[in-house]
Write a new protein. Sequence first.
Length: 251
Amino acid sequence: MKRTLQVFASLLLVGLLTAGAVAQTSGAARFDSAIQQKVSQQLQDKNEFRNVQASVEDGIVTLTGSVDLYQQKLDAAKKIRKSDNVQGVRNLLAVSSSAPDEQLAAQLQRKLYYDRMGYDNRFNYVEASVQDGVATLNGATRTYISRDSAMFVASTMPGVKDVVNNISVLPTSIYDDDIRIRATRAIYRDSVLSRYAIDPAAPIRIVVDNGKLSLYGTVQSTMDKQIAGMRAGQVFGVFKVENNLVVAKQG
């Protein structure tokens, strides 16, 4: 009799556990279904997400499909991540791209060239390369705002599938800021180099890092490069000059 009661108790426990598991699974499915319905509606409300699909499992939203810009890929994930009860986002969105890497890099470089014009443009140097649609940004900026601005330019460039950010932000320094001002005056007030001030994007970039002054950009002659380096070396407070100016090809 005792043996029979033990078997009955065991079967009852298994039955209760099974029923609980079934109920839990059913509840989770309803929970995921509610999230998916809300997320799908959010995506449908934005035209840029018209080709985006979402699936949900255990509160994790998986995004598939395509968007036109890399920034839209980031925005889609950010938007869904803010939704109620979403535990995480798996972003598998593809970014449409049709432009060759070389063409894309040239277009991106030109946009970066004029980025932050009128602010600290001449104190930043950012260059871009593109491989298989992935843009890599290298260089240095005076502020985080300038770095983020360059990132945004790349992220909103049609054809860019992804962005690798290798831009360093220079240390905050009143001492370096004084050097930047003095170097700007020394270079752009020179009778030979003053013509470069006509370009609002300032082709001679002045990058200062703890007293080290680096020049970037393109000049028209070897003499111009030498004069710029000489003027930079005469700036009070500069302990080292790195002249990276490129002489434009003639013809």
